[in-house]
Design a protein. Structure first.
Length: 281
């Protein structure tokens, strides 16, 4: 018997056919880790959309790992997701055909870093291209759809200039609003407070909500290290003392939307780790 620990890494809903896709990572008590993507149909039918074998056959790696990775869905039903062992972004067509969309070498060629560390943040932008974050270089990148041409959108230095700190860690989620503004989180190490940043379609970067405003709105110091979703407002998962879902309206108002107590009452275990994305525009 093989013992394993299954972790739901992220959940993405597709508004068109109504399917929901779930990334699952299995930490096996064997030399290899496994992962797969499950599909939940509107009637609740659960099936395997991309298997461990499908993914490793493509990447050539013995393991498959979805630790802190991203997933998003295009309007045509194509699913894009990152995989940790190969440090690649994979595309899956609606009928489950996998192909490599962005390679590790493509990312390194743009960032100039020695390592790739893809994270939760991954979204299809209003221009139809794929936006994603490399945590190691703290850069916001995009890849054209089609074509897979990778380019730099924001550098670490540009983020440092706006946040007025060298302590940058943009490893949480991202979301676009219906006007094409991109929101993402700086979750710095140490005593510095989190902040939510906004990038306009014209390329203007600013602090949308700072750490003190989050404290004033929730009563807690935040630790935003996973999900950001847009549904008229921004909904952000806070894994800190609050352990809650925060709502941030587009005029900057901050409040607790779902409390730790509400989550615990349903799950019998506090916390809001899975990354939920519901495209609304």
């Amino acid at each position: 018997m093989v013992l394993l620990l299954a972790t739901i890494v992220s959940v993405s809903a597709n508004a068109a056919p109504g399917d929901t896709f779930v990334q699952v990572s299995f930490d096996l008590l064997t030399p290899f880790d496994e992962c797969s993507i499950l599909k939940v149909a509107p009637d609740g039918t659960l099936s395997e959309f991309a298997s461990f074998e499908d993914i490793t056959d493509l990447t050539g790696e013995p393991d498959c790992d979805f630790d802190d990775v991203g997933m998003t869905i295009a309007d045509n039903g194509d699913v894009y997701f990152s995989e940790d062992e190969s440090d690649t972004i994979i595309k899956a067509t609606p009928d489950g055909v996998l192909s490599t969309f962005v390679t590790e070498a493509q990312i390194l060629a743009v960032t100039g870093a020695g390592i790739v560390d893809l994270d939760h943040a991954m979204e299809i932008g209003p221009d139809g291209d794929l936006y994603f974050i490399d945590e190691f270089s703290n850069t916001l990148l995009k890849a054209t759809i089609p074509g897979s041409v990778v380019s730099l959108v924001l550098s670490e230095a540009e983020i440092q200039a706006v946040t007025n700190t060298e302590n940058v860690d943009i490893d949480a989620g991202m979301a676009f609003d219906c006007d094409g503004n991109l929101y993402f989180v700086n979750n710095p190490e140490g005593q510095e407070l989190d902040s939510i940043l906004r990038l306009t379609p014209l390329g203007n970067l600013s602090i949308f909500v700072d750490g003190q405003e989050i404290i004033d709105g929730t009563g807690f110091t935040s630790d935003i290290d996973s999900g950001v979703a847009f549904f008229d407002s921004l909904f952000i998962q806070d894994e800190g003392v609050c352990d809650c879902v925060i709502e941030v309206t587009l005029d900057g108002g901050v409040s607790v939307f779902v409390s730790e107590g509400q989550i615990t009452a349903v799950t019998l275990n506090g916390g809001a780790d899975p990354v939920l994305k519901i495209p609304m525009c």
